[in-house]
Design a protein around this ligand. Structure first.
Ligand SMILES: [Zn+2]
Length: 572
């Protein structure tokens, strides 16, 4: 059995994330982690909040809180939502942790020792009123090309031209609105990525073919444009400080590392946080990351905009450290989930946010819909009509109704134990073959990280139960041949037991309810073999059972119109 290291791209600290963020990294990483754990693999599933940088500082300012306090609260708020979604992180850390600081500083020292860091002077806009250097996007002014008066220092969003802050007419601070700006000389550390281009190219040539096209094509495109040296420090209060033992002057000036330098290192930092959180368990974080042997397979999940950082820039940092840190084996990237064809937007509050989603419906509804419509090969669009039809058809009718009618009918006719009935016949043998085939398909798609196809196979497993039930019609059989009806119901209950196990990666709460229906001795069962699927005798006759409450309620027309009105269900 392999040891699977799984990371999801780190959600930024500022603001609750929307459903597009959820399906683009954290949720598929959770489904995959659960599946691997259930099939007997050792899994370490790591995520964290990405906490440094100007947006966090400004949000804290707006909230009237010290930035450390703001981040602590925002971290807890995000963590609560992810718990609500059933995300089974082994650790959900914070990039502002002492562990990440220590490892980030150590990697910077090694890059310096190996000649990949250089100190350079640059000219940057300083705001006298704000008492700080301004990042390009925090300078606004009039675009010299189109006259738009709210152009940002990095780009004009009206004519989309890329700008330099000094291009802007009547520049002012986006923070205070002050025009009291000047250009000052300031020194920063640069990571000499240009010197690492060849190594990164060779590494991608060796590994990129194994990645899905979406990830490898983005990485290669980025490389053909050439790796530029990039500034890895900023004049900010909030960040990992430049270590004073190597750069005493820069440290004295209060320079911190740029958020994009320390954020991916937090994958390692959070793993150390995980180990430090339980000293008695002697968790060996280094065995996952440092001189990790070939049994460790590292899979990263992210949206496509994050691919360059994970496949090119972070590997360049790791390669330049000349230390045996583990590098990614498989990059699973996602396109965008859109809201009625337009962008979900945190800043414009467009679409559905994860905390609000959980107020409307339990997590399983969202988990199943999002994974069944994951933006894998292309963008996919959320609409309320589509969501309601998938929930009602797949979850309420195909799965939920099957479970409920089988158990209720059996209890009514045969009492509180699984009935024995006749011996399995030809129909049951055919069903077993079909179920075993679909289970193999489901496993193959999950092994290949094809989530939409995996969801299709899962739905096909549920449908097979319905087809069998319709064919045998136990409510008719019972009138003439109670033994035959009992066989049908016992077989259907075995399917419920199978669904309880194999549906867990997608819908863990409903899976637990299905599991709980049968009073089976604890058998530690986590998965089902093809053989067992074919035999369909996981639940012996005589096993006591209960009828769980309705697993999935239907979304009504009233719900639909209320939600469409509340969230705006129209084309962008
Ligand atoms: Zn413009």
């Amino acid at each position: 059995m392999a040891r699977h290291l799984i990371t999801s791209a780190l959600p930024y600290i500022n603001g609750i994330k929307h459903l597009g963020n959820m399906v683009g990294s954290m949720l598929p990483a959770d489904v995959y982690s659960r599946y691997l754990r259930q099939t007997g693999h050792e899994v370490l599933f790591i995520c964290a909040t990405d906490e440094h940088g100007t947006p966090a500082e400004l949000a804290a300012q707006e909230a009237g809180l010290p930035v450390s306090e703001f981040c602590a609260q925002a971290h807890d708020a995000q963590k609560a939502v992810y718990d609500g979604f059933g995300l089974s992180f082994d650790h959900f850390g914070r990039s502002s942790s002492p562990q990440n600081r220590e490892i980030t500083q150590e990697i910077a020292r090694e890059l310096q020792r190996n000649g990949f860091i250089e100190e350079r002077s640059i000219r940057q806009v300083y705001s006298n009123t704000d008492g700080r250097f301004l990042p390009d996007r925090y300078i606004v002014g009039t675009c010299p090309h189109c006259g738009y008066d709210k152009a940002r220092g990095d780009q004009c969003e009206n004519c989309t031209r890329v700008l330099d802050p000094t291009d802007l007419l009547e520049p002012r601070s986006a923070i205070s609105g002050s025009a009291d700006l000047e250009v000052r000389e300031t020194r920063h550390l640069f990571l000499l990525q240009s010197k690492l281009t060849g190594e990164v190219e060779r590494w991608i040539a060796d590994h990129g073919d194994d990645w899905p096209v979406l990830a490898s094509s983005i990485a290669r495109k980025w490389l053909t444009e050439g790796l530029q040296d990039r500034s890895i420090t900023r004049d900010l209060e909030w960040g990992v400080p430049v270590p004073a033992d190597v750069w005493p002057e820069l440290a004295a000036e209060g320079k911190v590392f740029y958020v994009w330098f320390d954020a991916p290192i937090e994958y390692i930092g959070a793993t150390k946080e995980w180990a430090d959180a339980a000293p008695a368990e002697r968790r060996d974080w280094k065995s996952w990351w440092y001189e990790a042997d070939e049994s460790v397979r590292y899979t990263q999940f992210m949206a496509k905009d994050n691919v360059p950082f994970h496949t090119v820039m972070f590997p360049a940092t790791i390669l330049g450290s000349r230390r045996p840190w583990k590098k990614v084996d498989y990059v699973k990237a996602f396109n965008w989930l859109t809201y009625y064809g337009g962008k979900f937007s945190t800043s414009q509050k467009r679409g559905i946010f994860t905390d609000v989603a959980l107020e409307l419906l339990p997590a399983d509804y969202w988990r199943y819909f999002l994974m069944a419509h994951a933006p894998e090969s292309d963008d996919s669009s959320f609409t309320w009509d589509l969501f309601a039809s998938v929930v009602n058809k797949d979850l309420a009718d195909t799965l939920g109704n099957f479970v409920n009618r089988v158990l209720s009918f059996s209890r009514k006719r045969f009492g509180d134990d699984v009935p024995a009935g006749a011996a399995a016949g030809e129909a049951e043998a055919r069903l077993g073959e079909q179920i075993a085939g679909l289970l193999a398909e489901y496993e193959a798609q999950l092994d290949a990280l094809n989530f939409r196809k995996a969801a299709q196979a899962l739905r096909a497993l549920w449908s097979a139960g319905n087809a069998y039930l319709d064919e045998k019609a136990p409510w008719q059989q019972v009138k003439t041949d109670p033994e035959a009806a009992a066989l049908t119901l016992r077989t259907a209950m075995n399917l419920i037991r199978l669904y309880a196990v194999v549906s867990e990666p997608f819908i863990p709460t409903a899976a637990a309810a299905m599991r709980g229906a049968f009073a089976l001795p604890t058998d530690g069962r986590t998965w089902i073999t093809g053989e067992e699927a074919r035999a369909l005798d996981l639940v012996p006759a005589g096993t006591p059972f209960t009828v769980p409450p309705v697993l999935f309620a239907k979304i009504t027309d009233e719900d639909l119109s209320a939600w469409t009105a509340r969230f705006g269900g129209t084309e962008a």
